[in-house]
Design a protein around this ligand. Structure first.
Ligand code: FBP
Length: 367
């Protein structure tokens, strides 16, 4: 067992205090909030690790059977537990004016017995929940915003519109990955740093300082079962990747799809790649699968802070003006040059002649 305590690795607390020295006027509230979020993630990591031993797999049951969240998705027991852990660990300290999450229809008001603060947190307590019961990596995603000044001054209850801030306004963003190791990946606007949870000490230790994403890649991630619903620019991009050396790209590409966005984001942060869950024609009422405020914006900020790029396919994700708490959006992120290529394909006129037989009329996918 490595004696991490003897190592010269920084703990998360140490890292945050050193960061705070850059802002002498800072009150420390921000650091305290990030540490409360980190504690919540440690608790969720334990619950995920116990799994069925603690009866933590399967669907969450309400009086009327399996409970469904505002997205119409069946809630897993760990979805509900993780949501509660985030609330309990962050509501009490006086750093928050309010919070919102994937598992709650409307914003959660800080209970009267606790002081209210100047920050908002919006989070996906457990991302990739379709993978929980099959023991594949899942994660938690969070975004920290500054509450509007009138909220801070009046202490009033928060409303949906208080969270409608473009990604560029985020004070911090991060995710925890519950995989072979538990990691916390965090940006406070000065680059991206990765911390590994030392299971003995129970401390997040700085193991991946100043993470950077390679600008180029030969690895893409997309759910190919949606191919018939893709728009032409995405079909063209994937078509060219699949054509490999024989096609316009002149190089072979590999494909990955874990169906846990946090795990895909982490792989891309570690070795490059491009992730696409684009807007498609599958369900016109849903302009995408992933949610803007607690999936696309925080992961987007991390990608941009690590030298990558985050986009809707047509515009920078960080410039999108939110209009609803649980709005969905097409999301493309990863290695800068590939994301820019996909954006260019969205600007260029649609090519009529599709070269790859895979997507041509008479293709393998025909029923
Ligand atoms: P939630 O699990 O938080 O609802 O997240 C959505 C998600 O699971 C992403 O993590 C993942 O990238 C995507 O959905 C998988 O979608 P699909 O089931 O279409 O492959």
């Amino acid at each position: 067992m490595p004696l991490t305590i003897r190592s010269n690795r920084s703990t998360l607390t140490q890292f945050l205090i050193e960061e705070r020295r850059r802002h002498p006027s800072a009150s420390g509230d921000f650091n305290a909030l990030v540490l409360d979020v980190a504690l919540a993630c440690k608790g969720i990591a334990k619950a995920v690790a116990y799994g069925e031993l603690a009866g933590m797999t399967g669907n969450h049951a309400s009086e009327s059977g399996a409970s469904v969240n505002v997205q119409g998705e069946t809630q897993k027991k760990l979805d509900v537990l993780s949501n509660e852990v985030f609330m309990r660990r962050t509501e009490w300290a006086g750093n928050l004016a309010g919070m919102a999450s994937e598992e709650m229809d409307s914003p959660y008001q800080i209970p009267a017995q606790f002081p209210r603060g100047k920050y908002l947190i919006v989070f996906d307590p457990l991302d990739g929940s379709s993978n929980i019961d099959v023991n594949v990596s899942v994660g938690s995603i969070f975004s920290i915003l500054r509450a509007p000044q009138d909220v801070i001054d009046s202490g009033r209850d928060v409303v949906d519109a208080d969270f409608f801030q473009p990604g560029a306004k985020q004070m911090a963003a991060g995710y925890a990955l519950y995989g072979p190791t538990t990691m916390l990946v965090l940006t406070v606007g000065t680059g991206v740093n990765g911390f590994t949870l030392d299971p003995t000490l129970g401390e997040f230790m700085l193991t991946h300082p100043m993470m950077q994403i390679p600008a180029d890649t030969q690895e893409f991630a997309i759910n190919a079962s949606n191919a018939r619903f893709w728009e032409a620019p995405v079909k063209r991009y994937v078509d060219e990747c699949l054509a490999g050396k024989t096609g316009a790209r002149g190089k072979d590409f590999n494909m990955r799809w874990i169906a846990s966005m946090v795990a895909e984001a982490h792989r891309i942060l570690m070795r490059g790649g491009v992730f696409m869950y684009p807007r498609d024609t599958k369900d016109p009422s849903k302009p995408g699968r992933l949610r803007l405020l607690y999936e696309a914006n925080p992961v987007g900020m991390i990608m941009e802070q690590a030298g990558g790029r985050a986009s809707t396919g047509e515009m920078p994700m960080m410039n999108v003006q939110p209009t609803s708490l649980h709005q969905r959006i097409g999301f493309v992120f990863g290695s800068k040059n590939e994301v820019e290529r996909i954006e260019r394909y969205h600007r260029e006129p649609v090519q009529v002649e599709l070269t790859n037989p895979l997507f041509a009329e008479r293709s393998l996918f025909r029923d």
